[in-house]
Write a protein that binds this ligand. Structure first.
Ligand SMILES: NC(=O)c1ccc[n+]([C@@H]2O[C@H](COP(=O)([O-])OP(=O)(O)OC[C@H]3O[C@@H](n4cnc5c(N)ncnc54)[C@H](O)[C@@H]3O)[C@@H](O)[C@H]2O)c1
Length: 444
């Protein structure tokens, strides 16, 4: 390659740089829209035809993406989508944003990355930049993706460039979106790092270059393990407060958060979920075993966080034991089944785990409401979100707040319910009817 950085730079200046985003989910679609909106011709690739067809029609399906922006990008011809890789050879920069789940035994499943790398490899062109964006364990880029790309006959570092740049998007976050989140980049060599920094810099506010893809891969895992460990710590303390009585963990955290340095608030809840914080720590735990190393913080945090849905199940059973109705017959209404507030993502949602545990214990009258999730499958059964009304709330023996969506009217929920189990402190500002609230970690 002759002056690849100069070539990319002039293509960027002339807005002739073409970008491909593989995987149009929670990460890929916002990224593709960001590039298209900044004037770069962007091709989205997803094996799920419903997603590509939706994009082609200018229809958005991700909450964080602005409907009008996506439609305008499609109308202007800047954004297209296909369910095959045939056109990828015409793109200068390719971002891989496919899922990285774990197996039933909680080991990394990078099969989506590998299969997408194989498809890219078959069509790889000289001068292309391939950036892995999916969260994964250190050495995935260099040890797994790079060799597959070289099956093309082209040589990494000489004929094409490779980098890892982890995604930091926080779905539902109103303040931080793709464009204003500083983003880390690690290339396999200086040219790869430069190219990736140049291209990534077109979609985000700040690029932080690190010395290698491995550092970038580990950095992303540190971010998520940091959250998992700290959430586990408050979850453990919440249980201790409940056991001791007289100390409310939420008040404790709020008080500690007034310290202007050295403390960052994390809050307890019914457990962690989603595609990141629950899964990613296991990627490192798995890798560490190959080095005869036990990642004790990761294991302990997982143990505490994964016990929380069981803890909430026990809270529900305890409350119902005070009522003149059997657990089996009690009407239990779950509020919020998305894994966190204001999103529609139910992957590994702790609320669904709570429902599953209640079903396993024989509860016959469970229902749920979630303004973002119209249907949910739990224990092989499909549930439809019930319409929330004073009548529905009044008829429930126990209302459980598992996800604190902003659109809920918590005053009304408490006013119309007979008993509210609040696993998120969503009712913190409710004045009347507090005697009906059972709050996780309030020490009562
Ligand atoms: N969701 C988040 O908040 C978030 C935040 C930061 C990082 N991440 C990471 O980003 C990655 C993607 O996560 P996501 O939440 O966007 O997942 P997602 O499931 O929402 O989207 C992934 C998309 O990839 C598609 N896909 C799967 N295999 C493919 C293939 N071989 N070729 C083309 N398309 C394929 C799927 O159909 C899906 O639409 C994961 O590694 C995740 O850990 C996610």
């Amino acid at each position: 390659m002759k002056d690849p950085v100069g070539q990319f730079r002039s293509k960027i200046e002339g807005k002739s740089l073409k970008v491909a985003v593989v995987g149009l989910g929670y990460v890929g679609l916002p990224l593709a829209v960001e590039y298209a909106s900044r004037g770069f011709t962007t091709l989205g690739i997803d094996l799920d035809k419903r997603k590509t067809e939706s994009v082609v029609l200018g229809k958005n399906y991700i909450d964080d993406v602005d409907d009008g922006e996506l439609a305008a990008d499609v109308r202007s011809g800047k954004l297209t989508a296909e369910s095959n890789y045939d056109s990828i050879g015409s793109c200068d920069a390719v971002f891989i944003c496919v899922p990285t789940p774990f197996t039933p035994n909680k080991e990394p499943d990078i099969s989506f990355i590998l299969s997408s790398a194989k498809e890219i490899s078959k069509r790889l062109q000289r001068g292309q930049l391939i950036v892995l964006r999916s969260t994964t364990f250190p050495n995935t880029t260099e040890g797994y993706v790079l060799p597959i790309l070289e099956e093309s006959g082209l040589k990494a570092g000489k004929d094409f460039s490779v980098a890892f740049s982890p995604e930091r998007i926080d779905p539902g976050n109103k303040k931080f979106k793709t464009k204003n989140i500083p983003t880390v980049v690690g290339g396999i060599d200086e040219t790869s790092a430069e190219l990736a920094a140049l291209v990534v810099g077109q979609s985000v506010s700040e690029v932080v270059k690190v010395s290698s893809p491995r550092v970038a891969e580990m950095e992303k895992l540190l971010e998520n393990i940091f959250r998992s460990v700290n959430i586990a710590l408050v979850n453990e303390l919440a249980q201790l407060c409940d056991r001791m009585g007289g100390i409310n963990i939420w008040e404790v955290v709020d008080a500690a958060a007034t310290k202007p340095f050295g403390f960052m608030p994390f809050y307890p809840g019914p457990g962690i979920g989603g595609h990141c914080i629950l899964i990613d720590p296991y990627y490192l735990e798995w890798l560490a075993k190959a080095y005869d190393f036990q990642t004790n913080f990761i294991s302990l945090a997982a143990e505490v966080n994964e016990s929380m849905p069981f803890y909430v199940r026990n809270m529900i059973q305890r409350e119902l034991s005070f009522k003149p109705i059997s657990f089996k017959k009690a009407r239990i209404l779950i509020l919020g089944v998305a894994f966190k507030k204001d999103v529609d993502d139910t992957r590994h949602s702790p609320a669904l785990k709570v429902m599953e545990l209640l079903l396993q214990d024989g509860a016959e009258n469970i229902s749920y409401n979630d303004p973002h999730v119209p249907t949910a499958v739990v224990g092989g059964r499909t549930f439809d979100s019930v319409k929330l009304s004073p009548r529905v709330l009044k008829s429930a023996d126990c209302v459980v707040i598992t996800t604190d969506h902003s659109s809920y009217d918590y005053e009304s929920i408490v006013r119309n319910s007979r008993c509210v189990i609040d696993a998120r402190n969503a009712t913190r500002n409710v004045k009347d009817g507090r005697e009906k609230i059972v709050l996780l970690g309030d020490g009562k």
